[in-house]
Design a binder for this molecule. Structure first.
Ligand code: ACO
Length: 344
């Protein structure tokens, strides 16, 4: 099942404030060596007090629109994958829609923990495939630093803040660019392995529970490798491809050991796997669009390349997708340049 939707713009935003492993050594019983060896993370970004999931998402969205060469007014739908929204409502996507001047767009959030961006991308692609939308802005943005328990060394070393965004639009017939296959899965029976309370969670002894990340890291780790590899294998097969056809994998950036285990099991060499977990840690829904924007900026993608996304997170939830890279620039621009070449 190929969906005629292509990514035509990418953007990312990370806060200025860098928190190094050495800084964490001063607050919890840990060492930079332990964090690097067990996770691959060297530093992460932390949102400034005035920054929010929507403000970071808006900056990434503006950059994605610029990369596509379009304005907010040309967007039909804004979807934000996040598990750290500005508030319970309105949707964080509505704040982004307003800030970018997407005056003709609908807007809603998707929460599938770290699979929020992939879930949003899958949803946006269906809107385009059915003809309900021409251009969808999909944002992955998180302010995890506000729900991290900074006294828990088992989790506080892992997470960071940031945002990434893509413009998704109808594919140009005869040009590269499509969503070749996708898979989304959930096993809610394992919710207790990774969760955060919220303001509507049951009261305990009449008291509201704090919103903090609670995780059984070892159990999540074991599941993560299986979920990433099985779903990646399935989407590659569903696309009628083999691992050799994948030019670049852009996996969820949670832990370097999970990424290398995935690379080993799939037989996909690490030089075809994008990694930036060392610089940002786990930014949940934002990891894949941040990494994709960086891969594009570094010239790691060319039109026609097959790109693999794979993610996992709280739910438990997991998913994967294979796309054909189109190159950035909206089809309005692609069509104009084709017309110019034809006239030349
Ligand atoms: N510094 C030093 N020691 C630590 C730290 C730390 N920061 N954290 C844990 N330890 C200790 C533990 O207490 C334990 O000590 P013990 O043996 O005395 O009990 C020891 O290190 C080993 O602990 P493990 O949990 O077995 O360590 P592991 O190698 O599994 O690494 C980690 C822990 C990094 C959390 C790993 O399990 C992991 O990455 N799990 C996956 C987590 C993940 O990706 N979650 C994100 C999901 S995305 C989402 O939806 C938000």
């Amino acid at each position: 099942m190929t969906l005629a939707a292509r990514i035509s713009g990418v953007g990312r935003y990370v806060p200025e404030r860098v928190m190094t492993n050495e800084e964490l050594e001063a607050t919890v019983e840990t060492s930079s060596e332990w964090i690097v060896e067990r996770t691959g993370i060297r530093e992460r970004r932390i949102a400034a007090p005035h920054e929010t999931t929507s403000s970071m998402g808006t900056e990434a969205a503006r950059r994605a629109l610029a990369s596509a060469g379009i304005t907010g007014a040309e967007i039909d739908l804004v979807i934000t994958g996040t598990c750290t929204p500005d508030g319970l409502f309105p949707a964080t996507a509505s704040a982004i829609q307003n800030a970018i001047g997407a005056t003709h767009a609908g807007a809603f959030d998707v929460n599938a923990a770290c699979v929020g961006f992939l879930s949003g991308l899958a949803t946006g692609a269906q809107f385009i495939a059915t003809g309900s939308a021409e251009r969808v802005l999909v944002v992955g943005a998180e302010t995890l630093s506000r729900i991290v328990d900074w006294t828990d060394r088992g989790t506080c070393v892992l997470f960071g803040d940031g945002a990434g965004a893509v413009v998704l639009e109808r594919a140009v017939p005869g040009e590269p660019g499509s969503i070749d296959s996708l898979l989304l899965r959930s096993d809610g029976s394992q919710a207790g392995l990774l969760y955060s309370h919220g303001p509507c969670s049951p009261l305990v002894d009449g008291l509201q529970q704090e919103a903090k990340i609670i995780m059984d890291g070892r159990a999540v780790f074991r599941q993560a490798v299986t979920m990433m590899c099985d779903s990646a294998t399935e989407v590659i097969a569903r696309a009628g491809l083999t691992v050799d056809d994948i030019a670049l994998a852009v996996p969820h950036q949670a832990n370097m050991r999970i990424i290398t285990a995935m690379s080993d099991r799939l037989g996909l060499p690490m030089d075809r796997v994008y990694v930036n977990v060392d610089r940002y840690g786990n930014t949940s829904s934002a990891t894949i669009p941040i990494a994709l924007a960086e891969a594009e900026a570094e010239g790691r993608l060319k039109p026609g390349d097959r790109v693999l996304f794979a993610s996992f997170g709280g739910g438990l939830s997991w998913g994967a997708m294979v796309i054909e890279w189109a190159g950035v620039g909206s089809r309005r621009l692609v069509a104009a340049s084709a017309a110019r070449s034809a006239g030349a």
